[in-house]
Design a protein around this ligand. Structure first.
Ligand code: PNS
Length: 158
């Protein structure tokens, strides 16, 4: 049985992420969505909130589960017996950071990273933009799942 880990900040999970997770599931028997911490980022949602939102958004998709990555991604993927890390690429802007992370993770764990090109129809859907649109009261319900839209609206109203 092949397991892959789809890691990310998921602050919050968007429809772009959902697309990548579903396509990863087409390649692997099981996909673990790993909610992790990026040292460069400050988050709007707590670890527990990011996990809960992703879990609810992805519930019912067979062979997909959501877990918190407490420490290093390389340790997590090894402990879960995963054969690959899967990440979505939106374009050149993502490339440099992703290349560095892929090589570091292979150095640390021997595990390869597989890149899936994001669906062009969802290329513009980045968590950072979605948060900004929500903060200014814009329409986000076609960019994220219903539970995420509701949580974002509540968060920015506070
Ligand atoms: O969605 P992001 O912010 O691009 O995801 C980056 C993330 C969270 C996957 C990355 O920062 C990560 O793997 N964090 C866990 C800690 C770790 O292993 N850091 C070293 C990365 S080479």
């Amino acid at each position: 049985m092949s397991i892959a880990v789809c890691p990310g900040s998921f602050d919050p999970l968007t429809l772009g992420h959902v697309d990548v997770v579903k396509r990863a599931r087409g390649m692997f028997d099981e996909v673990i969505v790993g909610v992790a911490q990026n040292a460069k980022k400050r988050y709007l949602f707590s670890d527990a909130e990011r996990v809960a939102l992703a879990r609810e958004a992805l519930q019912g998709i067979d062979g997909v589960r959501v877990e918190l990555v407490g420490g290093l991604l390389a340790d997590f993927v090894r402990e879960r017996g995963a054969v690959a890390i899967v990440k979505g690429l939106r374009g050149a802007a993502d490339y440099d950071d992703e290349q560095a992370m892929a090589l570091l993770n292979r150095h640390l764990s021997g595990i390869e990273t597989v890149f899936i090109m994001g669906d062009p129809a969802l290329n513009h859907v980045a968590s950072s933009f979605v948060k900004e649109i929500a903060a200014y009261g814009g329409k986000i319900d076609d960019l994220v799942t219903a539970n995420v839209a509701q949580a974002l609206t509540e968060k920015v109203q506070r």
